[in-house]
Ligand binder design. Structure first.
Ligand SMILES: Cc1ncc(COP(=O)(O)O)c(C=O)c1O
Ligand SMILES: N[C@H](C=O)CCC(=O)O
Length: 420
């Protein structure tokens, strides 16, 4: 019996997060034993160039020495105290220093917790229950946000999950990404306390918001007295050092973080204006808590990564150059082989579509050729290139990825393009 079959006897579907099961691309997931830099090795000794990087967190690649050292040092002092530690304050300071419009932060254990808590806080602050979310954006799996969601929910065709009572989602109003008229219509329909959006949507492959769309969204929130939550769990410290803020300059009322902020450890966070954040317990009445929140080992990993990023902000240009080179190479090969292909790159993030149109929203993304993506995925994996096992996910470049890694990936695509 193979390990995947054995895993399925004990763990639902053999995995602890659905997209890992490879259901939409077919085949079986390799079970990973170790990673080093840009590469991972499975338990059978196969080596892969890793374009997933733990779904984004590992911007410095696997086993980054500085992150490792910080983790080991922290572990030696004790893995958890359930009491305040100095390292939480240090990480909070390092993050907030980057964003003049964010005054206070709270750390949690995942991106799901960050967005769920941010929504509760926004509702508590405004005393308004309705929220606006965008079709194809994914903010984790909390009840009110699991409505027309991207990522695994879109991959498995269950964008709105059974088990979530209609009563819980009746306050979630939907709008179309990059379509301001649809947002205006949603505002007219309800009593909207907040709008949550991925400013650089990374859960319907990669679709960045248009600048004017995001600016108008900010204005609409001001007009209606709604809290604007920018979900930067994926794009924060990934698209750029300050995520979408560097690219659009739009000031959110609350920003949610995850992935890179924990250096590969389970961390999420939400930060916002003082007036809003002080509604949170123990200062205010909105309750939110966590046994392991602000865990010292996770905070130490995050601190090492954020400090290193702040010391080396030039890496983002380098990473973007590599992402562009990869996508341009794929585009050229696709053209030579009569394959419809479009792409987006933002910093170290890339997304591509077997689609003649560059998507601007989820409906566009959904019209891409996902069967072709499945073939692409299988054939590239066999050649040692590990891309996301779903057409609805983003790819990530890490600093140890070399120019020759990129060229080898393009060469591999040239070899398989005729077969997909
Ligand atoms: C934009 C965004 N928000 C929230 C989440 C949820 O984060 P987590 O998987 O850590 O719960 C994710 C990823 O899953 C994400 O990409
Ligand atoms: N798109 C998700 C996070 O960004 C993928 C991770 C997961 O759901 O396992």
């Amino acid at each position: 019996m193979g390990i995947f079959q054995e895993a399925q006897q004990y763990i639902v579907g053999g995995v602890n997060s659905p997209v890992r099961a490879f259901k939409s691309v077919g085949g079986e997931p390799p079970f990973i034993e170790r990673g080093e830099g840009a590469y991972i090795w499975d338990i059978e000794g196969n080596k892969y160039l890793d374009y997933i990087q733990s779904w984004g967190p590992l911007i410095f690649g696997h086993c980054d020495k500085d992150t490792q050292e910080a983790i080991i040092k922290a572990v030696k002092k004790g893995v958890s105290f359930g009491a305040p530690t100095k390292v939480e304050v240090e990480l909070a300071k390092e993050v907030l220093e980057l964003f003049p419009h964010l005054d206070l932060i709270r750390f949690v254990n995942s991106g799901t917790e960050a967005t769920m808590s941010a929504i509760r806080l926004a509702r508590g602050y405004t005393s308004k229950d309705d929220i606006i979310k965008f079709v194809g954006c994914y903010h984790g799996h909390s009840d009110s946000l699991l409505v027309s969601a991207g990522s695994g929910a879109a991959t498995f065709g269950v964008p709105s999950s059974p088990g979530v009572p209609a009563d819980f989602t009746k306050h979630t109003l939907l709008a179309e990404y990059n379509n301001i008229e649809s947002v205006k219509a949603a505002f007219e329909k309800g009593d909207v306390g907040c709008v949550i959006i991925e400013p650089i949507a990374g859960n319907m492959s990669l679709v960045p918001a248009k600048k004017e769309f995001l600016e108008e969204l900010r204005e609409l929130c001001n007009h209606y007295g709604a809290v604007l939550i920018l979900d930067e769990v994926m794009s924060g410290f990934r698209a750029s050092l300050r995520g979408s803020f560097d690219i659009y300059g739009v000031e959110a009322d609350i920003v949610t973080f995850g992935k890179v902020i924990g250096g590969g450890m389970p961390v999420g966070a939400f930060a916002g204006r003082k007036e809003i954040m002080e509604k949170l317990s123990p200062v205010g009445p909105v309750y939110q808590a966590g046994t392991l929140s602000g865990n010292p080992v996770a905070m130490s990993a995050g601190l090492a990564v954020i400090k290193k990023l702040k010391e080396n902000p030039e890496i983002y240009k380098e990473l973007e150059k590599k992402a562009k080179a990869l996508m341009e190479g794929f585009e050229k090969t696709s053209k030579e082989n009569g394959i419809d292909f479009t792409y987006n790159v933002v910093g170290s993030m890339f997304g591509f579509f077997f689609n003649p149109k560059k998507p601007e929203n989820f409906a566009d993304v959904d019209s891409s050729d996902t069967q072709r993506y499945a073939k692409f995925h299988n054939k590239m994996l066999n050649k040692g290139f590990y891309f996301a096992p779903s057409a609805y996910e983003t790819g990530f470049i890490c600093t140890p990825m070399s120019d020759s890694d990129i060229q080898n990936t393009i060469k591999a695509y040239e070899e398989i393009a005729k077969e997909i």
